[in-house]
Design a protein around this ligand. Structure first.
Ligand code: MN
Length: 258
């Protein structure tokens, strides 16, 4: 099949519903939980909206629009390599300079929801990846690896943030996915790509430290990972084109075969 046929097949699948479009994003609002850091660090603000006009401005009574304010790492968001000191010297490492080809790719979804329901500090390990690959095949280069935990189903900010006891990857699995699989990045359902207790790991914050050190990406606060198959979905994760952006809230869209 040539690429024109692939795209016309995609268009037909979208029109027929044979290819489902799944939204992997949360709604941004003043209630959206934001990561809480120890008091010695500057905090990221939550979302605020301010009306510019609400169909009521003098001489401009027919439209509604707002100013938005939030940290770059709020809600469902993209982590660019420049976010971390280990990734700050790569070329094309910020939201405005990353090549667009890198923002679309296959998703490999590893389900750790059963373990996370029992232990909030559950870690993704190399053994988990080997077990997943034995069932679903080798993770291809350029894939997004998504860790499903069903964490996005937690309704309250308190339960979602869980006093920094949240699942994530260990350092060995980050090294493995970078060096042995050349993934595009790593995505999670929790407030940040690293586990809540990752500051104390042998490599502190291994996803941030190692993925960004390898000029790769992160996706945090994803939702609806339970609606994705282990393999076969394509995701589109394009951050706002902020000048030298360390990340950005975004709409992550998955194309899923029925
Ligand atoms: Mn982030």
């Amino acid at each position: 099949m040539n690429s024109a046929q692939v795209l016309s097949g995609l268009a037909a699948g979208l029109a027929s519903g044979g290819i489902e479009v799944v939204d992997l994003s949360v709604t941004l609002s003043p209630e959206t939980p934001v990561i809480r850091l120890p008091d010695i660090f500057a905090q990221s603000p939550g979302v605020s909206f301010e009306a510019i006009s609400e169909y009521d401005a003098p001489g401009a009574g027919t439209w509604y629009w707002r100013t938005i304010r939030m940290g770059e790492h709020t809600g469902t968001h993209f982590d660019a390599p420049v976010h971390w000191t280990t990734g700050k010297d790569h070329a094309a490492n910020a939201t405005d300079t990353i090549a667009p080809q890198r923002l679309v790719g296959p998703a490999c979804v590893i389900d750790k929801s059963a373990e996370a329901a029992i232990n909030p500090d559950t870690l993704l390990t190399v053994e988990d990846v080997h077990a997943w690959e034995a069932q679903h095949g080798r993770i291809p280069a350029g894939a997004w690896v998504l860790m499903r935990t069903d964490w996005s189903k937690r309704d309250s900010a308190e339960d979602f943030l869980n006093d920094s006891h949240t699942p994530g990857p260990d350092s060995a699995v980050m090294r493995f996915l970078i060096e042995q699989r050349d993934v595009q990045g790593f995505g999670v359902e929790t407030v940040g790509t690293d586990a809540g207790q990752a500051g104390g790991f042998d490599v502190p914050f291994p996803c941030h430290t190692l993925m960004h050190g390898a000029n790769k990406f992160g996706l945090a606060s994803l939702a609806n990972l339970d609606r994705l198959p282990p393999t076969g979905a394509i995701i589109v994760a394009a951050p706002l084109k902020l000048k030298n952006g360390s990340g950005s809230p975004l709409r992550v869209i998955a194309l899923v075969p029925r």
